[in-house]
Design a protein around this ligand. Structure first.
Ligand SMILES: Cc1cc2nc3c(=O)[nH]c(=O)nc-3n(C[C@H](O)[C@H](O)[C@H](O)COP(=O)(O)OP(=O)(O)OC[C@H]3O[C@@H](n4cnc5c(N)ncnc54)[C@H](O)[C@@H]3O)c2cc1C
Length: 436
């Protein structure tokens, strides 16, 4: 078969790899000048670094298996992560269960309740029984009080902004399962990272595709899915020189976000409504290359809504700074609606907004520590998955014959992540091949 794929993110490249392994002719079109989508990288001090902070959990078995299959399994290494939580002007270490017991921002009874509550959620086997609740209402009901107010509510608001009270409880359930899986005994979490960045995987997939005779065109956005009598017959795209091209395909797999898919093809109202039923928040990410570390934490939760960002991730507190020419690498991150002013600010404005708050984490911080700044905004960063989502997920097989869709809104009940885009890429490729 001749198969056209729209998008060279993790899902598109995984499916492309599977198709070419099965002997099919594959062509991938990517609008960006680089591959990898949300997991793509930039140059930082001679090393490669993800545009948005990335790591893996020990239960991310699909990506681990794929890296093994590609012969790059050894590049994935595991590192202890140190987690802090900023509450009421103070940083608390919240890396291990013992740290939670010492978490002074809560009365002792609330700390115990918080720990027991996480165990209780972990023991729930049937996530479907949680589908009719939002995380906010379930947590208020079953945990409530200070433990919810101080810890989980600000984190939900931070991650989902104004949509925090719409997120379904299965999301929270899956997060707890993942975090427990990555715990090492009574210690903290072990997180995975490929030594040469996520490029290691992306480039291995690309190289296999090209070696099998497949084609990958970057800077080539797809504008239309060509159809005839209700079936997909090809793609119309724009080349880097501005000219338009068309290519016939037997099957088309699109991995673009749900909001842009209807612009490429006419879809029946009921399928379109499913696509429009999921909102995405965007991510605004600043990366600072610094001469000194800000804190000694890898991951800092910000449980304080008065700060203009929701998380600090000090990449080089988990990974060696030597990989980045000796720079200390700090991500400042936020999830926002695309209509919010922050999403539309210039990188310099975002920097000016954020910098004055860094002394809250280290009173010695001075802007002279910042050697360089990188700015990224990702518009389809986080789908907001609400209640009863099993009934509302857009099917991979669209109503247009031979046209398939695989994007992060179709990952459920797990939170989106590279592991699940890989699983989805494999699953959809298998289904397409089975249909012939
Ligand atoms: C800030 C941030 C932090 C994250 N942290 C982690 C983490 O720690 N661990 C983890 O596992 N995951 C993490 N993720 C999630 C992970 O990166 C994504 O879930 C995953 O990469 C999604 O892959 P995808 O292929 O499904 O989608 P995408 O990466 O979005 O790929 C879609 C591709 O389609 C392309 N495209 C769009 N429109 C067109 C068009 N018209 N024509 C051609 N191409 C087009 C896009 O440019 C893109 O390359 C994070 C994401 C963000 C935003």
């Amino acid at each position: 078969m001749n198969i056209g794929i729209v998008g060279a993110g993790v899902a598109g490249l995984t499916a492309a790899y599977d198709f070419s392994k099965a002997g099919h002719n594959v062509t991938v079109y990517e609008s960006a000048p680089f591959i990898g989508g949300q997991a793509s990288t930039i140059d930082v001090g001679g090393g490669r670094l993800e545009r948005g902070y990335h790591h893996l959990f020990t239960n991310d078995t699909d990506i681990i298996d794929l890296m093994d299959e590609l012969g790059i399994g050894e590049s994935l290494q595991w590192f202890p992560s140190k987690v802090g939580t900023y509450v009421d002007g103070k940083v608390y270490k919240t890396t291990t269960p013992m740290d939670l017991l010492r978490f002074g921002a809560l009365p002792i009874w609330s700390r115990i309740k918080l720990g027991l509550f996480a165990l209780k959620v972990r023991r729930i086997k049937d996530w479907r029984s949680l589908e009719s609740f939002t995380a906010d209402e379930w947590l208020q009901d079953k945990l409530g009080g200070k433990a919810y107010e101080v810890v989980w509510n600000p984190l939900l608001r931070g991650k989902f902004g104004d949509y925090y009270d719409q997120v379904g409880m299965p999301w929270f359930w899956s997060k707890i399962q993942t975090r427990f899986a990555s715990r090492k005994g009574a210690g903290g979490e072990q997180l995975g990272y490929p030594v040469k960045s996520f490029d290691e995987l992306l480039f291995a997939l690309r190289d296999r595709l090209v070696a099998a005779g497949g084609e990958l065109h970057t800077e080539t956005p797809v504008e239309r899915v060509l159809t005839q009598h209700g079936r997909a017959t090809g793609l119309q795209f724009r080349r880097p020189d501005g000219s338009t091209g068309e290519q016939e395909f037997d099957v088309v797999l699109s991995t673009v976000p749900s909001y842009s898919f209807p612009g490429m093809v006419d879809l029946p109202d009921n399928y379109r409504a499913k696509l429009e039923g999921v909102t995405y928040t965007a991510a605004v990410v600043l990366i600072l290359e610094m001469t000194r570390p800000l804190t000694d934490y890898y991951w800092m939760n910000i449980a304080d809504r008065s700060l203009p960002f929701l998380g600090l991730i000090e990449h080089t507190n988990m990974l060696p700074k030597e990989w980045y020419g000796g720079s200390h690498v700090l991500y400042l991150t936020n999830y926002v609606d695309r209509s919010e002013p922050l999403f539309n600010m210039s990188p310099e404005e975002v920097l000016e907004l954020y910098l004055p708050h860094l002394t809250k984490f280290n009173p010695e911080f001075d802007r002279s520590w910042v050697k360089q700044m990188h700015y990224n905004s990702l518009s389809a960063a986080q789908p907001i998955i609400g209640t009863h989502y099993s009934d509302r997920i857009p099917e991979h097989q669209t109503p247009v014959k031979n046209l398939w869709l695989a994007n992060t809104t179709q990952i459920y009940p797990e939170d989106r992540g590279t592991n699940y885009s890989i699983r989805m890429g494999h699953d959809v490729a298998k289904r397409i091949l089975a249909e012939g």
